[in-house]
Design a protein around this ligand. Sequence first.
Ligand SMILES: [Zn+2]
Length: 68
Amino acid sequence: MSQEIAAELRITAEEETPDGRWIYSPSARYDCHRCGVTEGPVFEPRAITAFAEHVRGIHAGRCRPKTS
Ligand SMILES: [Zn+2]
């Protein structure tokens, strides 16, 4: 038996550019492994805060496991 991560909310603040520099580039995305939906990404700090609330509240309420 393996333990699955049901969902993953990833918030990153920096991003590596193709030429190897790191820039400040906040983004958030949410991968739900239960229903298979990816939400986001969103890129503004204020949007990220709202997004985190959204995925914990709204998504959790409408999330239905995939039927395999
Ligand atoms: Zn879900």
